[in-house]
Every structure is written in structure tokens, then in C-alpha cells.
Design a protein around this ligand. Sequence first.
Ligand code: NAG
Ligand code: NAG
Ligand code: NAG
Ligand code: NAG
Ligand code: NAG
Length: 482
Amino acid sequence: MEIPRKYLLSPILSLILLSFIIVVVLRPCQLLEFAPIIAGSKPAYSVPLDSLRTKLSSENQLHAVGNSGELRRNKFRNRTATRKVGKLEQRLAAARAAMRKVASESEGERSNLSVATTARDDSYHRYVPAGAIYRNARLFYRSYLEMEKIFKVYVYPDGDLPIAHDGPCKDIYSIEGRFLHEMEHGAGRFRTNDPNAAHVFFLPFSVTWMVKYLYTPLSFNVTPLKKFVSDYVRVVSTRHPFWNITHGADHFMLACHDWGPHASQGNPFLYNTSIRVLCNANTSEGFNPRKDVSLPEIHLYGGEVSPKLLSPPPDTAPRRYLAFFSGGLHGPIRPALLGHWKNHDENDVIRVYEYLPKDLDYYSFMLTSKFCLCPSGHEVASPRIVEAIYAECVPVILSEYYVLPFSDVLQWEAFSVQVDVSDIPRLKEILSAISEDKYRKLKEGVKAVRRHFTLNRPAKRFDVFHMILHSIWLRRLNIELR
Ligand SMILES: *[C@@H]1O[C@H](CO)[C@@H](O)[C@H](O)[C@H]1NC(C)=O
Ligand SMILES: *[C@@H]1O[C@H](CO)[C@@H](O)[C@H](O)[C@H]1NC(C)=O
Ligand SMILES: *[C@@H]1O[C@H](CO)[C@@H](O)[C@H](O)[C@H]1NC(C)=O
Ligand SMILES: *[C@@H]1O[C@H](CO)[C@@H](O)[C@H](O)[C@H]1NC(C)=O
Ligand SMILES: *[C@@H]1O[C@H](CO)[C@@H](O)[C@H](O)[C@H]1NC(C)=O
């Protein structure tokens, strides 16, 4: 008896379906290993974006978003593009595998690294991270080398000056301009002009310039900022296919201005899905450390770091003050600090000022204090942290909901002190209780970490520009595109 053809076909169909399930449904799970192995080795990287990755990889997300048919067609219609993405993903998978290997090896070696070895510091070119300032120095180094080998950023050409392709290079938000300029005019090996070869796409606008050119002073109306961002995303997602493919998950913006997070609300996918590199990294205002990047705030008065901070005194020079702060009564934390400590220390070892008297010098205090108090102001980030590092004054972090910059790789405890805001009245007691030996180690840490907060023009390996890129790289590494 002859079996009807349709019954013959069904096993073949099930096979095809099965392989489809294996390829499409199970493959992303393999990737998830990256997270537990790394998370398992104690602090290590805290980035894993499993939920984001799952979202991107699963059908659910595409349905939930609506227009799913159209998106899927966009995704697979252009075969050239799809094939290239496959190749990019292969390289990223190899980088993940190399990092996984290091992560699993380094368990036993970590103690050796943090105790015995100090970083070989001959030059930026031969620098090998080592020492207590890293969560896992070898893993960071491997990740950094992989980044140097393959990571490529595409900078959208769209948008006009002054708000796009430029940013401030003086004053408190200068990191915005310095990063933008480095990305646009430097960035050599990391920049690609071929979007099909890019791992991430940069939206090169400046929120500080939006505030300067679009905001009506004292109106407290951030709508024009949101509108600019919304328009920008609309333009690039219409002119280029890349935004729609991932809903912006492999796109990033960078803003140091306090209103960066507000501006990013201009597009819900930018806010929820893209990598937002922000100084205002307040987790209770939507900053998501799993996909967003905390950006250090660096205050460049005339466009440069003050010469005083370039040559801190030798270790043998005494630091006569225990702690120093000077700054306005802004935000939720400083009232407690100024309330307790302004003009309040009888032995004169804690110097806390609201406005520094004209005859006293801010940086001289930093250079002659053991600890520099860095409370949040209107927003969580403070330029004092980087200034303290330059001045080799151990930063004392007084903040809530703040994700510290580069905390995926840096062990902040090794070069700073975090004091709970509720312990502000006990500041003197807490800082006095830090032994001379412990203080010496913290100061060594501060000196060792300086290179990661240094701005160079052009940028040099392991400096702040590269640390920002590395943070973006880590987040991109955790997203798989298919
Ligand atoms: C696919 O995309 C690439 C780059 O975006 C483009 O050069 C190419 O012409 C596209 N091919 C088709 C068939 O649309
Ligand atoms: C740690 O250092 C000791 C001595 O310096 C060495 O014998 C040992 O093999 C090291 N451990 C690892 C895991 O490298
Ligand atoms: C991306 O999606 C938007 C809205 O869904 C659409 O208007 C736009 O044309 C799409 N872009 C491309 C390049 O297809
Ligand atoms: C973004 O996240 C918010 C809060 O979780 C949610 O209400 C909104 O629908 C999300 N938007 C998109 C486009 O996913
Ligand atoms: C962080 O966000 C929370 C919630 O909006 C806010 O109460 C707090 O003041 C913010 N922190 C700073 C320093 O602005």
C-alpha cells in the first residue's frame, strides 16, 4: 500500500522545525553561560544583559513591539547585511569564549595578582593591568585586548552643527565634547565608515549644546531636548536600516549634562533599550547599569586640567587636613554634610566650606588633604571624584543610587571610601579610624587608577576615552544579533 505523500512530508517538516528550534531557540541559551561563569567568580563583571539579550532574541519581543512582520522582514530581507552581521557575531562569540576561558582560569590566580604583582607601568603601550584596583585584572586585560582587535563604532553622519558632531570641551560637561571629538576625529582603529562592519552605532549629539541652543532659560521645560532626540532617531532610522533591526539596542548616546536622561526620553527605545552613557547615573531615575554606562564627570576650567593637579606632591609631603569639601548647598546630601561639618571641627582637621573664602585655594586644599569628600549635588555625579584622583586625595563617596564609573572592572573599594549618607555625622570618627597602612594602600590605588581617568589628546590606551569605549564594548558583548 502506498503511503500518501503528505505523510512522508511531515517527518521532514518536523525535522526542519526541530532544527529551527535548536538554532533559533536554544542558541541564545548557550550565550547565557557567559553570565553565570563570570557572575560566579564573585564580583567580576556585573554587566550580563541576559534579559535584554533574551528580549532581542525571542519572538516575544518582536510581537510585543508590534509591526513584527515588518521588522522581521527588514531583518532578513537584505542578505548581504545579514551575512555580515553573522560574521560580526562570530568574532564577538570568539571574544566571549576567550574571556570565559580567562574567567574560569583566574579564580586561583586572582589572589596572586592582587597581592604580588603591581602593574608594569613603562608606557601606555605596554601597560598590563594588575593589582587590587581591578575586580579581575586578567579578565579585564583579555577583554580590553579583544576590544582592540575587533571593536568597531559607526558614527552617524546625520545632523548639523552645532548640536550634532560637537560638544563642550570646557567646563563641567567637557567630557561630552572631548569624547565626541575623539570619536569624530581620532578613534582610529575603533571607528569604521562601513556601517555593516560596525558593532555599535553612535548618535553624535550633545545634550549640553541642546540646552544651550534649544532650552528657554528658567522655563524648566525639557520638551525641546526630547524633541531633538526624537527627531534625530527618526531621521537615522528612516535613512539607515540599522536602528530598526535592533530597536536601537546596539546604538549608544553619550551625555554628561544633568538632563541627559530627560533628553533620552525623546525616544522610548533609546531610553529602554539603547546604551546610554551618562554622568547622571542615578538608578532611581531609570539608569540601568546592565545596559547603561556611568560616565565620569571631569571639570576642565579653561579646557585643560589645572596644572596644580598634574603634579601632586610626593608621598613624603605631609597632608595636614583629614578631609576637605567646598561646594554649594545643592541636592539631597549636602545639607547634612554642611549642616554637620561647616565650621564645626574644633581641631581643624576637617575643612568643610560652602563657598571657599577668596584667599583660599580649592586645589591647594585637595593637595594637602588625605581625604576629599565627594557628595552628590543636584545630580549623583561629582567632578570632585576625578579631581581627587588627580590630586591623589582619597575620594570619599557620599551618594545614593549612584553607579560609579567603570565599576564593571574597577574595584572602587581599593582606591576610595564609601560612607553611608546616614553616617555623615560620624565622618571624622570613620576617617580617623582608617589605619596609616590602609590609607597608604588606598593612596597607592588612587595613583594606580589615575590613568583610567586621564584625558589625552589624542587618546591613549587605557585612558578615560578607552575606558568609556570598553564599558560600551562590554555591554555590546552581551547582546547577540542574529
Ligand atoms: C544591502 O545593504 C547594503 C548596505 O546597507 C547595500 O549596499 C546593499 O545594496 C543592500 N542590498 C540589497 C539587495 O538591498
Ligand atoms: C601564585 O603564586 C605562587 C608563588 O608566587 C605560585 O607558585 C603559584 O603557582 C601561583 N598560583 C597560580 C594559580 O598561578
Ligand atoms: C524604521 O521604522 C520606522 C517606523 O516603524 C519607519 O518609518 C522607517 O521607514 C523604518 N526604516 C527603514 C530604513 O525601513
Ligand atoms: C519603556 O519602559 C517603560 C517602563 O518600563 C514602559 O512603560 C514602556 O512601554 C517601554 N517602552 C518601550 C517602547 O519599550
Ligand atoms: C536620584 O534619584 C532620586 C529619585 O528621583 C532622587 O530622589 C534623588 O534626589 C536623586 N539623586 C540626586 C543626587 O539627584
